[in-house]
Design a protein around this ligand. Structure first.
Ligand SMILES: [Zn+2]
Length: 309
């Protein structure tokens, strides 16, 4: 008797992207020949880090694994429904400040907005109230299911290169990346993908985490106080995969085909219930950046416009 042929169902094949070699900086894409190695205690435990010789970014040496990263995100507040939905409310003032500036730049009601790392609604909940056409991508499937149940267009993507919500023929007007770029395994590729999905003169907003000088300070105080050093570094890194100086980020954004319109700590606070020390850092950061071009603010809003090819 002939054996029945077992038909294995064909799995959804997702586009594969070549992984970045570990010596390449995820923030600027440059290859590092002999990167300096560090071990930092971060929100992910003791991890190996390098510093890019080209852009001075500190980056996690361990390679990127999408499944591991998804699991990690599920354990964070923004990766599970219960805490993620509550977080939208706590971060509301930051979303409102960002949308106010987006509207001031001329992108308002009726504009198509794509949020990268949309979590459980985030900025899109507020954007929809203002009449934006909203869509989001995220690495966590539960977040995408929740978004769809709330009537948003949403897609599970680990890279913006896989996003099918917009295209050259049907481009987005605005792409927002809030506190998400620091998880990208290949920032230049993601920025080029954002460029591809935007219309000419479309707007890119990155709420960038700009704490690399805090890591350098943490390393310097290490000889005086190990405890303080570890605390500073851990707080600067949190669970991020890289920490990039603002000026290097602006160069990378320009290199991906954008014109930087502004970069400022103004409006970059996540919440208004931050401790006094954090609010003071923002106030000092705003003064120093606008007065001297020195960046010490913990986060920065970067607005950039797509330059036509
Ligand atoms: Zn670099």
């Amino acid at each position: 008797m002939e054996q029945a042929t077992v038909v294995t169902p064909v799995k959804d094949t997702k586009p594969e992207h070549p992984a970045m070699p570990e010596c390449c900086c995820p923030a600027c894409g440059q290859r590092n020949l002999k990167p300096k190695r560090f071990e930092f205690n971060s929100g992910r435990g003791a991890t190996g880090w390098s510093r890019c010789q080209s852009c001075n970014t500190y980056f996690m040496a361990e390679g990127y694994d999408t499944e591991q990263e998804t699991d990690h995100t599920r354990n964070m507040a923004w990766g599970n429904q219960h805490e993620g939905v509550a977080l939208n409310q706590r971060k509301r003032n930051g979303f409102v400040a960002a949308l106010d500036q987006i509207e001031t730049l001329g992108y308002g009601s009726g504009s198509k907005i794509l949020d990268v790392g949309c979590s459980f609604g985030g900025i899109l909940v507020e954007a929809r109230k203002r009449g934006f056409e909203c869509a989001g991508v995220d690495i966590v499937p539960e977040a995408i299911a929740w978004m769809k149940s709330e009537g948003f267009r949403a897609e599970e993507c680990s890279s913006l290169r896989d996003c099918t919500l917009f295209s050259k023929q049907q481009p987005a007007d605005v792409v927002t990346v809030l506190d998400a770029h620091i998880y990208w395994p290949d920032q230049p590729a993601e920025l080029r993908a954002a460029w591809d999905l935007l219309r000419d003169d479309g707007l890119l907003l990155i709420r960038a985490v700009t704490k690399s000088s805090y890591i350098t300070t943490g390393r310097m105080v290490g000889s005086v106080s190990t405890g303080l050093s570890r605390k500073l570094i851990r707080r600067a890194i949190a669970d991020h995969r890289f920490s990039m100086p603002l000026k290097s980020l602006l160069r990378t954004v320009e290199g991906a085909g954008f014109e930087v319109l502004s970069a400022s700590p103004k409006g970059a606070q996540h919440t208004n219930d931050m401790p006094l020390t954090a609010r003071a850092a923002f106030a000092m950061g705003t003064l120093l950046w606008h007065g001297l071009g020195v960046s010490i603010a913990p986060t920065t809003l970067v607005f950039a416009r797509k330059k036509p090819a």
